[in-house]
Design a protein around this ligand. Structure first.
Ligand code: IPM
Ligand code: MG
Length: 368
C-alpha cells in the first residue's frame, strides 16, 4: 500500500523521537512491501518561531491532505509566557478540532521488566492493562464563552456538549471494549453536573446495543481513587475531555514507564493523529538520549487504526517488547541489569527484532 504521512516533530525531544519512528516505519515498509511518503511540517513552539502561529495554515492543509499524522511533542520554557493564542499547546488543540479528532485512545499497558518502577506496589499494579477513551474536541476545552469579565473580577468557562458529540465517543468506548475484555467503565460526575447526567443516560441507552459489554458508572473522583488502589479492575474507561485529561495523566504513571505510552486521536473514518503520551522534555532535548519507544508504538497504532495494517502493527509492538525484555533501555527507564543506550541505538535494536521476524534478508538499519 502507498500511504502519505505528515510528520510534526514539534519541540524539545520531538524531532529525535519522530525521526526514530520514521526509521521504524521505513523498516516495516521494506519488510512488508509498502511505500510510505513523508511531509514534515511545523507545529507548536517551532511554528511560533518560524510563522508566528502555533498551527500555520500550511501545516493544517498538509495534515488534511495526508492519510495520517505523526506528532512528536510541543511546548517548552521559551514560550511559557506567551499570550494564549501564541502558546504551543494551542497548536495541538486547534489541530484536534480542525481535523475533527474527537476520539482519543490512551492505552496503558505495563511491561513486566518495568513494573518495579511503578509508584504502586507490585501486587497492586501487576496485570493492569487499560485503555482510556477520552472525548477530545468538546467540553470545557472548547465551550464558549470562555473569558474574563468585569475587568478581571469574574471569569467563565463553559462545559458544553451536544448529544451527538456524546453518542459518538461513548460508541467508541463500547466498540473498544468489544475487542478487549468487554468491560466498560463510564466516568462522569452525574451527582453534580447536568452534562454528566445526560452522559450517563446516553451510556445506558447505548448499553442496549452492546449486551455483551458489562458497564460500570463511576464518579470521576472515585475513579481517580480506584485507579491507584485497584487499577486491574479497569478495561476500557470512557469519559469527557477534561476528566480524560486528568485521569490519563494519572494512569500514565501507573506502570512505571511513561516513556513507553502511545496515543491515537481519531475520527470516525479512521483518519488519525498519533503521538507519544509524554511531553517535549526540553531538559534532555538534542542529547540523543530520549526514549523513542512511545513514538514508535504510536506509529504502530497508526498502522493498525488508520491503515488497517494489523500484522505490521503487531510486528512493531512485539519488537519493542523484545527490546525491553532483552534488557535494552534508554536513560529514563530503570531496567535491572540492563544495557542503557541512546535514541539511535535503541531504534536499531527494535529494527533488529523486526528483521528477525521477516523473511527479507537485509532490512536497512537507520543509524548503523
Ligand atoms: C494532553 C495535554 C493537552 C491537553 C495540553 C497540552 C493542551 O495535556 O494531550 O493531555 O490538555 O489535552
Ligand atoms: Mg494532558
Amino acid at each position: 500500500m502507498n500511504k502519505s504521512i505528515v510528520l510534526l516533530p514539534g519541540d524539545g525531544i520531538g524531532p529525535e523521537v519522530v525521526e526514530s519512528a520514521k526509521c521504524i516505519l521505513d523498516a516495516v515498509a521494506q519488510a512488508c512491501h509498502h511505500t510510505f511518503t513523508y511531509d514534515t511540517k511545523d507545529i507548536g513552539g517551532l511554528a511560533i518561531d518560524n510563522h508566528q502561529d502555533p498551527l500555520p495554515e500550511e501545516t493544517e492543509a498538509a495534515c488534511k491532505a495526508a492519510d495520517a499524522v505523526l506528532l512528536g511533542a510541543v511546548g517548552g520554557p521559551a514560550w511559557d509566557n506567551n499570550p494564549a493564542h501564541l502558546r504551543p499547546e494551542k497548536g495541538l488543540l486547534r489541530i484536534r478540532k480542525s481535523l475533527g479528532l474527537y476520539a482519543n485512545l490512551r492505552p496503558v499497558q505495563g511491561f513486566p521488566e518495568l513494573l518495579h518502577a511503578s509508584p504502586l506496589k507490585f501486587d497492586v499494579v501487576n496485570g493492569s492493562d487499560l485503555l482510556i477513551v477520552r472525548e477530545l474536541t468538546g467540553g470545557l476545552y472548547f465551550g464558549e464563552p470562555s473569558e474574563r469579565r468585569d475587568d478581571g473580577q469574574s471569569v467563565v468557562d463553559t462545559l458544553a456538549y451536544t448529544r451527538e458529540e456524546m453518542e459518538r465517543i461513548i460508541e467508541t468506548g463500547f466498540e473498544a471494549a468489544m475487542v478487549r475484555k468487554k468491560h466498560l467503565t463510564s466516568v462522569d460526575k452525574a451527582n453534580v453536573l447536568e452534562s454528566s447526567k445526560m452522559w450517563r443516560e446516553i451510556v445506558m441507552e447505548k448499553a442496549k446495543d452492546f449486551p455483551e459489554v458489562t458497564v460500570d458508572h463511576v464518579l470521576v473522583d472515585a475513579a481517580a481513587m480506584k485507579l491507584i488502589t485497584d487499577p486491574t479492575q479497569f478495561d476500557v474507561m470512557v469519559t469527557e475531555n477534561m476528566f480524560g485529561d486528568i485521569l490519563s495523566d494519572e494512569a500514565s504513571v501507573l506502570t512505571g514507564s511513561l516513556g513507553m505510552l502511545p496515543s491515537a486521536s481519531l475520527r470516525k473514518d479512521g483518519f488519525g493523529l498519533y503521538e507519544p503520551a509524554h511531553g517535549s522534555a526540553p531538559d534532555i532535548a538534542g542529547q540523543g538520549i530520549a526514549n523513542p519507544l512511545a513514538t514508535i508504538l504510536s506509529a504502530a497504532m497508526m498502522l493498525r487504526y488508520s491503515f488497517d495494517m494489523d500484522h505490521e502493527a503487531t510486528l512493531i509492538e512485539q519488537a519493542v517488547a523484545k527490546t525491553i525484555a532483552a534488557g535494552y533501555h534508554t536513560a529514563d527507564l530503570d531496567v535491572k541489569n540492563g544495557t542503557k543506550m541512546g535514541t539511535k541505538e535503541i531504534t536499531d535494536k527494535v529494527i533488529d527484532f523486526i528483521a528477525e521476524e521477516t523473511p527479507t534478508e537485509s532490512i536497512m538499519r537507520c543509524y548503523a
